[in-house]
Design a protein around this ligand. Structure first.
Ligand code: PLP
Length: 355
């Protein structure tokens, strides 16, 4: 291996969880990856250590000005026992695009993927094998310099933690109820919408609570400038199937460039379907529904892969999509993508990477 990480094994391994009752993001494995950045020295001392609390000064920059970023991907264990990652190079690439925007020093992308592989390898017994389960991987970077001035930190911590997770929807794919947010906005042109950062999420909590209070599971964000164009659904990308055209918002800086989104687009194109990355107004989505042309709406993201939308509520207008049933296209994309991720289906795109 080109990169060597010092490994300190835990002396008190935890008990593995029951795969039948796994939730999302509540349990963590025995180890974590840590690497430091110091100005003048660069990234150094990448190491695997027992999972546990980190010590930071209260003055650490991340607590005050939110200079941080995160990523998310999954490891799966195939029937044959192979450990598979899904397009981890894309997470490394996206990390650096986020870092660039957040004035966080870039990371060698090859080292980044090797760090993920090394940690997953050490904790490979934690990858659950039951249908629908996986090991969620959370790389993140925080500004750790104790300094209250406003400028980019001169010290950082890059860490990776692992969490065994259950199926996103217990009963399999289920249509969700989505609230169209027309008051708060998530991102504006020139802002940080394309960067995977905690700040975007903190700013979205208010809207998510509002949607929950009204009985909806997520919000559909409209563009921040005019509140007219559809952008994303919660923490996932949005697709609208209208008249056999599959439409998703273009990557113009305000939406998160999802790796699942990119995979869905490539898959649909390989099936000869018409996919358009273009702006569409919420008005046109509702109009298409009234004309009987809106056949499916779905969201894409690492956590759920594909999540069909059964209901959309925009101001005082409510529509039920595809009879609140999973659409055939949503199901087909889900089956194909998760089949490739699990090593059950052939991988013509070369997306899966063995650990
Ligand atoms: C992570 C994320 C997505 C989905 O990206 P994937 O790479 O497909 O998991 C979409 N929107 C937001 C806001 C996100 O943070």
């Amino acid at each position: 291996m080109k990169y060597e990480f010092n490994i300190t094994k835990t002396t008190s391994p935890k008990e593995k969880p029951n795969p039948d009752t796994l939730e999302f993001g509540t349990l963590f494995t025995d180890h974590m990856f840590v690497m430091n950045y110091t100005e003048g020295k660069g990234w150094h001392d990448g190491r695997i250590v027992p999972y546990g609390p980190v010590t930071l000064e209260p003055a650490a920059a991340v607590f005050h000005y939110a200079q941080e970023m995160f990523e998310g991907l999954k490891a799966y264990k195939s029937k044959e026992g192979d450990i598979l990652l899904f397009r981890p190079d894309k997470n490394a690439e996206r990390t650096n695009r986020t870092n660039e925007r957040m004035c966080i020093p870039l990371i060698d992308e090859e080292l980044y993927v090797e760090a993920i592989k090394a940690l997953v390898h050490v904790d490979s017994d934690w990858i659950p094998q039951k249908e629908g389960t996986s090991l969620y991987i959370r790389p993140f970077i925080i500004a750790s310099e104790p300094f209250l001035g406003v400028r980019a930190s001169r010290e950082y911590l890059f860490m990776i933690i692992l969490s065994p997770v259950g199926p996103y929807y217990k009963g399999g794919l289920a249509p969700t109820k989505i609230f169209v947010e027309d008051e708060y906005v998530r991102a504006t042109p020139g802002g940080t919408g394309f960067a995977k950062i905690g700040g975007n999420y903190a700013a979205g909590l208010k809207s998510q609570e509002k949607a929950h209070d009204k009985g909806y599971s997520q919000v559909l964000w409209l563009d921040g400038a005019e509140r007219k164009y559809v952008e994303e659904i919660g923490t996932s990308n949005a697709f609208f199937v209208i008249d056999n055209e599959i439409i998703t918002a273009p990557l113009e800086g305000t939406i998160l460039p999802g790796i699942t989104r990119d995979s869905v687009i490539q898959l649909l194109k390989s099936w000869g379907m018409k996919v358009s990355e273009r702006r569409i107004t919420i008005e046109d989505v509702f109009k298409a529904y009234e004309e009987g042309k809106l056949s499916e709406v779905f969201a894409s993201g690492t956590a759920a892969v594909i999540s069909p939308v059964g209901e959309l509520c925009w101001k005082d207008r409510k529509i039920t999509i595809h009879d609140n049933q999973i659409g055939t296209l949503s199901q087909k994309i889900y089956d194909t993508l998760s089949g490739i991720q699990l090593g059950k289906l052939e991988d013509p795109f070369g997306w899966t990477v063995k650990v």
